[in-house]
Design a protein around this ligand. Sequence first.
Ligand SMILES: [Zn+2]
Length: 257
Amino acid sequence: MIDLAVIADHLDSLLGTETIPDYPGALNGVQLANRGAIDRVAAAVDVSRRVVEEAARIGANLLLVHHGMFWGGAQRLTGVAYERLRQLFTHNIAVYSSHLPLDAHPTFGNNVLLAHTLALEPTGGFARYRTLDIGVRGHCDRDTAELFDRVASFAQANGGSARSTEIPGARRSRRWGICTGAGASSETILEAQALELDTLIVGEGPHHTAVAADDLGIVIMYAGHYATETLGVRALAAHLTETFGIPSTFIAAPTGL
Ligand SMILES: [Zn+2]
C-alpha cells in the first residue's frame, strides 16, 4: 500500500505538473483524493462511466487519466457528473489527471511514444503551445503509403481507424511531425509549412486542415484522438508498477474518434 500523496508527488515532479502550461480545465495532478492508500492503479484516456465501472470492478483505488473531469469548467454536480463522483466515492477511487505534461514528456509522452511505435526517431519539437512544444518532429526516408499502413494498424489495434489525405503513388516521407489528440489545426499547418514538413501524423483535425495540407503538398494522417492518447497513460501506469510495486491495468474504452 502506497500513500496517494507519495505517488502524486512522484508523478508531479516526473511530469512537471506545476510548470508545464495547459488549458485551465485540464486541472493536472490529483483531481480527487481517496481514503487510505493505493494498492492498484487503473489507467485510461478518459473518465467515463465505462471506465469508472471497470476501475471499480477490478478494485483499483487510483485512476490515472489523460482527460480529467473538469474540461467544461465549473459544473453542477447533478445527473451524470453526480453519478460519476458517487461511484468514485463509493469505491474509494482517487483520480490523477495529466494532459499536456503527459503529451509532451520526453519518455512517457504520447507524442514521443507514437513516434517510436511507428519506428520514427524524433530530433525536435512541433506543435507549439505557449512556451512548450507538445509534439515532435524528425527526418526519415519512408514510403508514405507504407508509413500510413503502419499508422492504420496502430489505430486499429486501439479500437479506431486511421484516415489520410491523398497519397500520390511512390511518394516518400522525409520530414515528419506528430501531434497526438486534437492534433491538426490552422496553426499546426502553418508551423508544418514553416518547418518544411511533408508528412503530419495527428489524432484528429477539422476538414479544412485536409484541404489546406493537400494544397501545400503535405500529407496528413489522422490516427484517431483516442488511439494516439492511449500510449502515455499506459506507459505511466507501467512506470508506477515498476517504481512502487503496485499492479496496474489499462482500461480500453475507445470513443470511435
Ligand atoms: Zn486529447
